[in-house]
Design a protein around this ligand. Sequence first.
Ligand code: UD1
Ligand code: MG
Length: 450
Amino acid sequence: RPLVDPVPPVPALYVSFGFSIFALLATIYLVPALGPTFVKANLKGRDLLKVYNTPIPESMGLVCASVYILLLILFIPFAFSPTSLNGSQAQYTVREGMVINAFPHYQLSVYLSSILSLLIATMLGFLDDIFDIRWRHKIPIPIIASIPLLMVYYADNGNTHIVVPIPFRPFFGSLLNLGPLYYLYMSLLSTFSTNSINILAGINGSEVSQAVVIALSVVLNDLLYLPWPTGFRVPLHLLGSRAEVEVGGVWSAGMAYGSTELVERHLFSLYFMLPLVGVCLGFLYHNWYPSRAFPGDTLCYVTGMAFAVVGIQAHFSKTLLLFFLPQIFNFILSCPQLFGLVPCPRHRVPRFDPDTHFLYPSKTQFLKRTSQLTTVVLRVLEGLGCTELTTLPDGTILEATNLTLFNVLLLRLGPMREKRLTQALIVVQVAGSVVAFVVRYGLAYLVYDG
Ligand code: UD1
Ligand code: MG
């Protein structure tokens, strides 16, 4: 890897930012323009939490995915042009008297394999919208879709070591090689990120606002790793003492080694996240209460895969998972319904009262006596305030509120209107990201010394 100037490849980053604004405008324009075409193709859904029956165009995430992926492809010449490769990194360099091709083929394969995974996610999401694929069929597909990413990770001497938290060091030592398990973990990450957004869905604006907050959190995290001029570093220091050390460390590493691999990786992540923020914000404009377009599974899958892609390729999958705290909570809470302990209706969205327009926790009914395991699980969740049970005097459970984050919010904060619930979700998601930054840069030193 040839050494290059410490100056970041700013031109490409500016171009990426420009592309993101174009993505925003294109989505704002295209979604309503193509809506009737989608309805005509029978891609439509009824808004479950409204009094009206107007068909709303569904799967409009396909428009977002198309704009997003086409812009990522158009961006390739900019990301790999000589000027954005820092000028000094000419395509051919002379090393030990030989002319060698210094074009960054590895980075290009990172980029192309990422686009491939995004395309598979789009295809899967769209097929799911059309055919309502069964769970057992849709779980393995993102795992297979992540193979190109993992191969590229492997090609770069992929690190499969984890730093062991201090309390566990007497047992495992300070560095633990997970080997193939680490690849398994990364492939499951793509399944998790794609499906976890999809099951925290059903109220106007919920899917895409989760994506916006997570993408902005990733962008903020990436910005911490760019070699900022000294003046810009001051506000970053406010993020916490550890951030200061991190940024300072990266900065000095940048000075010593030119654009470090770390800077390159986070630039790559920015190239994928900025246009995603653009399409998602554009779509949110139409998907906000009252929705004029639905994202469908396509949007959930594409955004989820984009997060998995940057987490894996830019080597920050654990930080990324921290940005998914509300989704992790919703997934763990949903497990009894996803794995058949508790009946799972087709829609678990809150119950809508057409008279007051308020949302109430929705319920699932038990047609037969609950097994011992189910009873224990439900009683524990009830004790934790995550569900409310309707029981007979002898303790037989008749009903339980559906096990979703939305219902927990409604149980804890009381009934509210749909728009309020989406706003509550956004607050939870932002709070999750704040916790993530505190854990990553503020508390990590308690369990890690590096
Ligand atoms: C997932 C959830 C399901 C939830 C559904 C809502 C699990 C296991 N599955 O299923 O509980 O009800 O998402 O998206 O948790 N819709 C609205 N308002 C919105 C968005 C969607 O009413 O703001 C309705 C529309 O009727 C739309 C339908 O939800 O047609 C889309 O549902 P779909 O994405 O197919 O459901 P799943 O992802 O299978
Ligand atoms: Mg869905």
